[in-house]
Write a protein that binds this ligand. Structure first.
Ligand code: GLP
Length: 270
């Protein structure tokens, strides 16, 4: 894993948007995996800025969101489609007919919905770059602790800690789902490149477990240790429990020297 420590959340967003922008310039019909949650919002703002100021075009890309609640209509303000519409899609030149979510209606068999989502991902040739946040319990997407590393898109029951973390986004009298469809860990590991973003001290333990902890289903984000092109971009607060900070900073400088010398090259594994 490549670990990049930035001073603050703004610098995390700036760098993430730069990496995504580079990919879209190089491959205008790229397929992006997108995440919801507060963390990537600043990255989406930075992408909108790139679109407005540098004419970066998203008109030929396809997107797959990581997860979607079950029991909430697509046009409900709490759906993840609404979130993406508000935070990104309506401000860029994306073709919304190529933006996908793992939707499953309450009367639909989630196993069928999961297979259908996996099928569309493989039809477009897979996801080039996946953006991830991390839950304070180490989840990625809605792959809660104990999720199988071999899992594909499926229904998950949310843990009480995730429901509590996300309750801040729901009004007291509003329905908060406890079920969601999520890409599986194997779905995420099959993507070409992963950018995991984490900011704030409340993510420090999850980041430590993911990067320097044992490979374990109890910390789903530790599965990224199995990916050959996973980059963690974290601010100094989220990095505050890491033990090997100096090494990560040194390796970042050395990687930059190699990139400056040879230009873009696909990762050979971190
Ligand atoms: C949700 C999402 C995750 C996200 C996590 C962290 O549960 N399903 O994809 O990474 O929350 O969210 P935040 O960035 O708001 O801390």
């Amino acid at each position: 894993m490549e670990v990049i420590i930035e001073n603050d959340a703004a610098a995390v967003a700036e760098l993430a948007a730069h990496i995504i922008g580079e990919l879209v310039r190089r491959k205008p019909d790229a397929t992006l995996g997108l995440a919801t949650g507060s963390t990537p919002v600043e990255t989406y703002k930075a992408l909108i800025k790139l679109h407005r100021e540098t004419q970066l075009s998203f008109k030929n890309i396809s997107t797959f969101n990581l997860d979607e609640y079950i029991g909430i209509a697509e046009d409900n303000a709490q759906s993840y489609r609404s979130f993406m519409q508000n935070k990104l899609f309506e401000s860029i030149d994306i073709d919304v007919s190529r933006t996908y979510f793992p939707r499953c209606e309450s009367d639909q068999n989630p196993a069928v919905a999961g297979l259908a989502y996996e099928h569309i991902i493989s039809e477009v040739g897979g996801i080039d770059l996946q953006i991830l946040g991390i839950g304070s319990n180490g989840h990625i997407g809605f792959n809660e602790p104990t999720s199988s590393f071999a899992s594909k898109t499926r229904v998950k029951t949310l843990t009480p800690s995730t429901i509590a973390d996300n309750s801040r986004l729901f009004a007291d009298d509003e329905f908060q789902p406890h079920l969601a469809m999520t890409m599986g860990i194997a779905t995420i590991l099959a993507t070409g490149k992963i950018l995991l973003l984490a900011t704030g001290r409340h993510k420090a333990q999850a980041v430590r477990d993911a990067v320097e902890g044992a490979l374990s289903a109890i910390c789903p984000a530790s599965s990224l240790q199995l990916h050959q092109n996973a980059v963690l971009i974290v601010d100094s607060q989220a990095a505050s429990k890491l033990k090997h900070t100096q090494y990560y900073q040194w390796a970042r400088k050395e990687n930059q020297i190699i990139k400056d010398k040879f230009g873009y090259f696909p990762s050979l594994g971190n």
